[in-house]
Design a protein around this ligand. Structure first.
Ligand code: URA
Length: 229
């Protein structure tokens, strides 16, 4: 049975699929609302779906997604333990960048997803996703460390930790070691990010954290079970 948060995310996904607020809604095959563990500590945010994602209705299932999986594995994580979504939920034709009106049309969905997920760390992948949280920041300067400047949309207590987009490392192999190093830095930033997250939530944070830990344990068990099969 879905818990309350998972049910709310699923209901939001139905709204996203029905959305025609911009022209992308009538051009795509399927919307890509995002997926993962609704209680994940880590939320990774891409820019917009590409052709593979449009066909599958799932985020990061192409080459960039495969690299993302490898990067997660480096810090002991598997995809089902994190949550992955995009700023824009429908594929822009010919993989062009989404325009400001398309980003604006989708921003309400992103806002509601963030309010439901309340992650400990948000990792915007690449400059377009970073811009949704810190419009003036440069990914070349902000990657690989907790973001210190002013942000918008970030839930209280959540740490913003920008990373290069995996597709950037596929285009430019020189970025891959940087991305791998940055993943290690993200993992090391987690304990401090957890404390900031708990403090921002006061007493209620303890309950939420144990909820997250219980959900993560259940996921771990499911992973072991599926690996054993
Ligand atoms: N690139 C993105 O930004 N998002 C996806 O889902 C896939 C590739």
């Amino acid at each position: 049975m879905l818990d309350e948060r998972a049910a709310a995310l699923a209901a939001l996904a139905v709204e996203i699929e029905a959305c025609r607020a911009c022209s992308l809604g009538s051009q795509r095959t399927q919307s890509v609302p995002g997926e993962g563990n609704p209680h994940a500590e880590l939320l990774l945010i891409g820019e917009a779906p590409g052709a593979h994602e449009d066909a599958a209705g799932r985020p990061f299932v192409g080459a960039a997604g495969k690299l993302l999986d490898l990067l997660l594995n480096l810090i002991g994580l598997q995809r089902p333990q994190v949550y992955v979504l995009n700023v824009v939920k429908c594929r822009p034709p010919e993989n062009r960048d989404p325009g400001p009106t398309e980003i604006a049309a989708c921003s309400g969905f992103l806002e509601r997803q963030l309010a439901l997920l309340q992650p400990v760390i948000i990792a915007p992948l690449g400059r377009h996703a970073l811009r949704a949280f810190a419009p003036e920041a440069k990914i070349s300067e902000a990657h690989g460390a907790p973001f210190q400047g002013e942000t918008r949309q970030t839930p209280a207590g959540t740490t913003l930790f920008p990373l290069y987009h995996p597709a950037a490392a596929l285009h430019n192999g020189a970025l891959r070691p940087t991305l791998e190093r940055d993943m290690g830095a993200l993992s090391r930033a987690l304990p401090a990010a957890r404390s900031a997250w708990r403090v921002a939530r006061g007493g209620a944070g303890e309950a939420s954290l144990s909820e997250i830990e219980a959900a993560a344990e259940r996921d771990q068990l499911r992973l072991f079970e599926s690996e054993a099969q």
